[in-house]
Design a binder for this molecule. Structure first.
Ligand SMILES: O=P(O)(O)O[C@@H]1C[C@H](O)[C@@H](CO)O1
Ligand SMILES: O=c1cc[nH]c(=O)[nH]1
Length: 297
């Protein structure tokens, strides 16, 4: 039996009382744009930090789905602002979110409202990103079983009206397993499922010794990474907890590791290798989308 269709949920009673909703950082709005017409058919949303990566992903999906038109001419829907880039390719939306929790969180508020205003149903969301590996060979793709904070707890803390509120960051287990299964059907896609630690900084926050500030020893760094590994952490990035807390059902985090943090802090891998690594989560998501659309068996 097919599960019932799920409409994208906003959990804010005040939205219904608003005459107009301006999605400021997208340069879109409910009065200025026909959101159901523009976005009503969206079934897959992919987000990632870099604007160029998300444009490249949109072009890649355009080719993979064999859609008509020139993939080089895909237009940035958010061209009225330089905060985020957004590309629509058939039922797939590709959006950049910048670096870190505050940046992705603003984008997700407006994205979830956009999908709601557009009456989208049964949408699957993916974060396709990069990360530091914890005990994994560089280039490994990690599908997050859950996103954890700096003390390895599956929770996201947000200050609301001066008080800390906590939201769960468990992700869709079925979706993660389905993605892992699909990874075995693809070549050169070493993939594992593991916990992803989300930090608020790339340097000290991730236990790096090479920032402008460092308040700990190499031994203390290694001990922290060892504890993280024992807690099931396999990679570290900077957005997964808020992504999981806000999207949860039908959402997955898929990040490639650029280095093994037990072996160093600096990213010394050549540019062309990094570009190929970044394509790995894209190849997996594209395979998933083609399966869901029945384009491959
Ligand atoms: O999606 P991206 O590759 O931007 O994700 C990680 C986490 C930070 O945003 C950034 C740090 O280099 O990479
Ligand atoms: O080590 C890394 C690499 C990419 N992104 C991160 O947040 N950390």
């Amino acid at each position: 039996t097919t599960p019932p269709e799920q409409q994208v949920q906003v959990k804010n009673p005040h939205l219904d009382t608003m005459e107009e909703d301006i999605l400021y950082h997208f340069s879109l709005g409910t009065k200025t744009h026909n959101l159901p017409e523009m976005f009503g058919d969206i079934k897959f949303v992919c987000v990632g930090g870099s604007a160029n990566r998300m444009r490249a992903f949109a072009q890649f999906i355009h080719q993979e789905l064999q859609l008509p038109g020139n993939s080089e001419e895909i237009r940035d829907i958010c061209e009225g602002t330089d905060r985020y880039c957004m590309y629509k390719v058939g039922p797939v939306l590709s959006i950049s979110h910048g670096m870190g929790v505050p940046s992705i969180s603003i984008m997700l508020h407006e994205l979830i409202k956009l999908l709601h205003h557009a009456h989208c149903r049964d949408v699957v969301l993916f974060r396709i990103g990069t990360s530091g590996g914890v005990g994994l060979a560089p280039g490994t793709v990690v599908i997050s079983s859950k996103a954890v904070d700096h003390s390895f707890h599956p929770q996201f803390e947000q200050v609301v009206l001066g008080k800390v509120i906590t939201r769960s960051t468990e992700l869709d287990e079925g979706l993660a397993n389905e993605l892992l299964q699909y990874s075995t059907e693809l070549q050169d896609l070493p993939t594992v499922i593991g916990n992803t630690m989300c930090t608020h900084d790339f340097y000290e926050g991730q236990g790096r010794l090479d920032g402008a500030l460092c308040s700990f020893s190499p031994e203390e760094k290694l001990e922290y990474l060892r504890k993280a590994h024992e807690a099931g952490v396999r990679n570290i990035e900077m957005e997964s907890t808020v992504f999981a807390a806000m999207c949860r059902v039908c959402a997955a985090v898929i990040c490639v590791t650029l280095l093994n943090r037990f072996e160093g802090d600096q990213i010394t891998t050549p540019h062309d290798v990094l570009v190929e690594y970044q394509q790995r989560p894209q190849v997996l998501v594209s395979h998933f989308i083609k399966k869901r659309l029945g384009l491959i068996i």
